[in-house]
Write a protein that binds this ligand. Structure first.
Ligand code: FAD
Ligand code: NAI
Length: 465
């Protein structure tokens, strides 16, 4: 009986998945509430993830460019360059405050009710939030993820930090050791390296940036090395001992062997993230998690229990904000009886360092495993705008099916690769061939021309190399 429900849709979690789902559901005329345990809306991404990390990356890049003489080379000279870390943190907090406040405004505007507190299932259609039972016809689980712990490493947010602690260090460490050469390690490692820390990245695998194209991973390591990051690859951390302000890491070869120690005054644990389901009481709803702790869903984001849906980091797939947002829109549309679809084969990934590393679709390795491919590559060194801006590092690589010429993957290393990759995703979404991209007029002089030239290189005819 419809009458007994308080809401048509209750979303649990107000991250990019949950808040977007809630807004779209309300836009579609459904009575919607969103439960959030945090003091502010926006989830990991706005509060302690995408946004504050980009604020620190942006500001530290300016500092580095002035301090390392890159600005002076362009005739912009400054003396007495100083780091005012408090102001840098202040502008980060301002950005977060404005954006989380913006979501609160959007909730009011769209009449999404914010239920403040941690939600826990009490049945298939009911949850408890802040001591109150709420019934909803549809419940969307969008509880996100949190840091994966490492046995033997205790995060105290002072000497041993996770990404949240690493965003707000009160002073620049002398030696920051990052455990994990993935996206967080490279972004936040770059921030503190630029601000003056010695940074060592300890990575279990023999290459950094898992999931990225092989060429990109190789080049990334060279570029970061040139920027002063040090790497210990094929190495595992077996423990961290903290004494006062100092940490001693014990590491050993990933394959086993003699252990070594590394001294540091700050350790960042960044070995991945795990889905948040603790305390949700999924059992009460008749749900369980898979071997990776995720809530399983079908193509429509429906779980095994009718009326319960899951999206974002808590569900399988890439743990990215834009993936969560698109799933948020799609799940709301499905609940409303429309057709909500996300093409999980075309989700861009971006590392927001300088240069940026970006990709969409298949890596060359994966594409080759599927069949014959043609690959076109174009170096940023030969792109006039990158050259003019003194940004010689990087390349664009386009992978196309050898028979049909259809583009199956695009990878880019460039100062603005994250922006450039959007056109690649759109082209692939439209089923473009490399020829389609090569014969599309691109404005000159732009970094994006490198995508056009890489497409021309697929059939062997770029102009500028
Ligand atoms: P979340 O954003 O994690 O939100 C879930 C929310 O649910 C949280 O606010 C949590 O408090 C709440 N919650 C959990 N359980 C309950 C409960 N029982 N009751 C009520 N509320 C609950 N991705 C990108 O695409 N680009 C980036 O640049 C990027 N940078 C990142 C940088 C860092 C340092 C980190 C840690 C992550 C970054 N990510 C980035 C990943 C991105 O933050 C996540 O993919 C994204 O936030 C997932 O969205 P979500 O809605 O699934 O979950
Ligand atoms: P990650 O999965 O990107 O990288 C973790 C790295 O740690 C891997 O290279 C892995 O091999 C390594 N590792 C695992 N166990 C280890 C051990 N015991 N010792 C040493 N190395 C070990 O995870 P990360 O960097 O923590 O980020 C989590 C997620 O957050 C990312 O997967 C991404 O989805 C998201 N994120 C996205 C960003 C973006 O889009 N720009 C930025 C930051 C985070």
């Amino acid at each position: 009986d419809e009458q007994q429900y308080d809401y048509d849709v209750l979303v649990i979690g107000a991250g990019p998945g949950g808040y977007v789902a809630a807004i779209r559901a309300a836009q579609l005329g459904l009575k919607t509430a969103c439960a959030e345990a945090r003091e502010t809306l926006g989830g990991t991404c706005l509060n302690v993830g995408c946004i504050p990390s980009k604020a620190m990356l942006h500001a530290s890049e300016y500092y580095d460019a002035l301090a390392n003489g890159a600005m002076a080379k362009m005739g912009v000279k400054a003396t007495g360059v100083e780091l005012d870390l408090d102001t840098m943190h202040g502008q980060r907090r301002d950005a977060v405050k404005q954006l989380t406040g913006g979501i609160e405004y959007l909730f009011k505007k769209n009449k999404v009710e914010w239920l403040k507190g941690r939600a826990s299932f009490t049945g298939k259609n009911s949850v408890e939030v802040a001591g109150k039972t709420v019934r909803a016809k549809n419940i969307v689980i969008a509880t996100g993820s949190s840091v994966t712990p490492l046995p033997g490493v205790e995060v105290d947010q002072k000497v041993v930090v996770d990404s949240t602690g690493a965003l707000e260090l009160p002073k620049v460490p002398q030696h920051l050791v990052v455990i994990g050469g993935g996206v967080i390690g490279l972004e936040l490692g770059s921030v503190w390296r630029r601000l003056g820390a010695k940074v060592t990245v300890v990575e279990y695998l023999d290459q950094i940036l898992p999931g990225f194209d092989g060429d990109v991973r190789k080049e990334a390591q060279k570029i970061f090395k040139k920027q002063g990051l040090e790497f210990k690859l094929s190495t595992k951390v077996t423990g961290v001992a903290v004494s006062g302000d100092a940490a001693t890491l014990t590491v050993e070869p990933a394959a086993g062997g003699e252990s070594q120690t590394i001294e540091a005054d700050c350790v960042l644990l960044a070995i991945g993230r795990k889905p948040n389901t603790d305390g949700l009481n999924l059992e009460a709803a008749g749900l369980s998690v898979n071997g990776r702790g995720q809530v399983e869903i079908d193509h429509d984001f429906a779980t095994a229990v009718p009326g319960i849906w899951a999206i974002g980091d808590v569900a399988p797939g890439l743990m990215l904000a834009h993936k969560a947002e698109d799933e948020g829109i799609a799940v709301a549309e499905n609940i409303a009886g429309l057709t909500g679809i996300v093409n999980h084969d075309i989700i861009p990934s971006v590392v927001y360092t300088m240069p940026e590393f970006a990709g969409v679709g298949l890596t060359e390795e994966a594409a080759k495993a599927n069949g014959e491919v043609k690959v076109g590559k174009f170096p940023m060194m030969a792109n006039s705008r990158a050259k003019t801006n003194h940004e010689p590092d990087g390349f664009v690589k386009i992978i196309a099916d050898a028979k049909t010429d259809r583009v199956v993957g695009v990878w880019a290393i460039a100062s603005v690769a994250g922006t450039m990759i959007a056109q690649a995703a759109q082209a692939m979404e439209f089923g473009a061939t490399s020829e389609d991209i090569a014969y599309t007029c691109h404005a000159h002089p732009t970094h994006s021309e490198a995508i056009k030239e890489a497409a021309m290189a697929v059939t062997g005819k770029p102009i500028h190399i």
